[in-house]
Design a protein around this ligand. Sequence first.
Ligand SMILES: Nc1ncnc2c1ncn2[C@@H]1O[C@H](COP(=O)(O)OP(=O)(O)OP(=O)(O)O)[C@@H](O)[C@H]1O
Length: 301
Amino acid sequence: MGRRYGLGGPWVLRGVDLDLRPGTLVRVQGANGSGKSTLLRLLAGIDAPSEGRITGRPRTAYVPERFPAALPFTAAGYLTRLGRIHGLGRRAAAAGAAEWLERFGAADYARTPLGELSKGTSQKVAVAQALLAGPELLVLDEAWTGLDTPAREQLDLAVAELVTAGASVVHVDHDPRRPAASADAVFRVRDGRVEELPAEGPSRAGREPGRWARIVAVGPPGAPLPDALPGDPEHIAGEDGGTVLTVPAGYSDALLRALLTARPPWHIRHLEEAEEPAANPSATAVTAATPTYPTGTGTKA
Ligand SMILES: Nc1ncnc2c1ncn2[C@@H]1O[C@H](COP(=O)(O)OP(=O)(O)OP(=O)(O)O)[C@@H](O)[C@H]1O
């Protein structure tokens, strides 16, 4: 498929032929203005190709580069309405709105009008609206930008949970500090074409000294830690039956997924960035919600 703006305009994308596989984390990269956001809008279904087509339409959620925050709703009111649009009942929508605001540390702003939210809190609402209904395809255009560290960690965790549950997550992210920088597939947009690059596994940046991820996980009673965990984590017993695992940051996605898909699965209580490998969580553990996500279906562009 291809896209150009205006009838005689230059082709921004042309001859694009790609498959989004279920259960995959995909990163889209490319120079400024190369067409990354255009590709994401097409995949999200809020824009249509000028030629060709996109087949498969899983339940999709999208976090745009700029969130339209000036709507006449409070944060909780907006999220509840979005939940209803996604097919949730009134109570489930309100509960989902409250849960995601809490998870992103924005519960205090539930009753604040969208137009009065800070940029960071607006971004939390933007991300929450996308996660609310358990999408099969999640499209994130620089969604980590502007989030504080705990919220970034929650988004990493939510992405890992979705991918583990079979969803496809496609993202553009310029921030090299993001620990979960690894991806199952990488698409590069260049000269109007999209090519798939070899997946790189844990990023080199993630192995640098001083960049670690710490995960507090709880297994079934008496269960040993699963074998051969990615990143060969250091692990110690934590509070309340939890196990504290520390890995180089680039392995955090893979480790999260290995724990979530272990048989029987482990529950992730907390994820945080850490400056040194000693397994000594500084922050109070935040219990992550364990939403049930549907199995994803593929999209072909
Ligand atoms: N709505 C639009 N109307 C006209 N031209 C557009 C529109 N949206 C994007 N373009 C043009 O299409 C090209 C690709 O833009 P796009 O925003 O998709 O790139 P990008 O890779 O996401 O850029 P950045 O990294 O700067 O966000 C640019 O030349 C841009 O000016």
